[in-house]
Write a protein that binds this ligand. Structure first.
Ligand SMILES: *Cc1c(COP(=O)(O)O)cnc(C)c1O
Length: 364
């Protein structure tokens, strides 16, 4: 079976480096908020081209802490997409704010700016963009839109590690960017991890207080915070894995090229080709097909796994029933949810696997 992810086939050299890093942490005797976290925060801030980074427990907490850091909470509205991991929406709700759902463009499944403008009210505090599937697009337009309406631009970068728009990396555009290091992400650890990246020093300071019970100095608490820290163990593993990210991203982009050139079945639509290499890091490769479920079954019968990102958009999940959305509805979000299918694109796929996937899709 060709899997969506196959960590067991990772390079031996990488596994050896990871074991060395884990041993280093064990022998250091320091496991929470030590040098490994500090080192990886500095490294990731550098990669993203921002002033600061704050390691947290996971990607969802990064968003929640990010919102609280800039004072977004009860009574505030945050516009976002319903075509995302549910964690994006949970984080907004847990901050105390209310999500408002705007529609997407069908050719990218990314937020549509006109729909976002229809959602703006006097309670709107921010637009939380999701760089879905690894795509980052039209950032100049998003910056202009948010400046015009005096609201924050925020970035959910959980699927877009080091994707860049005109040379600037995801997370460097908004007031902050939230990263997840969940194992299946483009940069993942061997458990949970997350990070906020930002340029405002004061925000970084506040985020560090919020991740650690609201503690400013030992035993002094300026507010009620949570417990959401990136572990030393994960920071050490990420410092190893980040060295492989560039190579793995290029591998994903090469596979995507083969799919774009090779898949010619008229029953299948591919999402829009990115305008340049770097603005898509292909966390996922997503097709649209009106016979999606038949295609998925056919692939499985031929030994190919696939998944759906996402079959039930957030506004249709029970806890979100009746939440505010674009007055013109979320037609494209709903269409995409019924037609989308993600096929394997992980960096450990062989060229043979990739060709097999192209051939089988063309046979459907
Ligand atoms: C994975 C993901 C998250 C949540 O990250 P966790 O580390 O699992 O909490 C948030 N948003 C998007 C778009 C994601 O893909």
């Amino acid at each position: 079976m060709i899997l969506m992810n196959n960590f067991k086939s990772e390079p031996e050299e990488l596994i050896f480096e990871e074991i060395t890093a884990v041993e280093r942490v064990i022998r250091s005797g320091a496991y929470i908020l030590g040098d490994e976290v500090k080192k990886f925060e500095e490294l990731w801030a550098q990669y993203c081209g921002v002033g600061s980074a704050v390691g947290v427990g996971n990607g969802m907490d990064a968003i929640e802490i990010g919102l609280k850091t800039i004072g977004i909470g009860r009574g505030d509205e945050v516009i976002t997409t319903a075509m995302t991991a549910f964690a994006t929406v949970v984080a907004i709700i847990r901050s105390g704010a209310t999500p408002v759902f705007a529609d997407v463009n069908l050719d990218t499944a990314l937020l549509n700016p006109e729909s976002v403008e229809r959602c703006i009210s006097d309670k709107t505090k921010a637009v939380l963009l999701v760089h879905l599937y690894g795509q980052i697009l039209d950032m100049d337009r998003w910056e202009a839109l948010c400046n015009k309406h005096h609201i924050f631009l925020l970035e959910d970068c959980a699927q877009a590690h080091l994707a860049s728009w005109e040379g600037k990396v995801a997370g460097a555009f908004g007031r902050w960017g939230a990263y997840s290091f969940y194992p299946t992400k483009n940069l993942g650890t061997l458990g949970d991890g997350g990070m906020l990246v930002m340029n405002v020093d004061e925000d970084a300071k506040q985020a560090k207080v919020l991740r650690n019970y609201g503690q400013v100095d030992r035993y002094h608490h300026s507010m009620i915070g949570g417990n959401s820290r990136l572990d030393e163990l994960h920071a050490a593993l990420l410092s190893v894995r980040v060295k492989w990210l560039k190579e793995f991203t290029i591998r994903r982009q090469t596979i995507a090229k083969t799919y774009h050139n090779g898949i010619v079945n008229p029953k299948v639509r591919l999402l829009a080709k990115p305008p340049n290499e770097n603005c898509h890091v292909y966390h996922l490769f997503v097709l649209q097909c009106s016979q999606r479920d038949e295609l998925s079954t056919f692939l499985r019968e031929q030994g190919i796994s696939s998944l759906i990102h996402y079959p039930i958009p957030a506004h249709q999940q029970p806890p979100c029933q009746g939440m505010k959305q674009d007055p013109q509805g979320l037609g494209f979000t709903e269409q995409h949810a019924t037609e989308c299918l993600s096929i394997p694109i992980h960096p450990n796929l062989s060229a043979q696997d990739v060709q097999h996937i192209v051939d089988i899709i063309n046979q459907f």
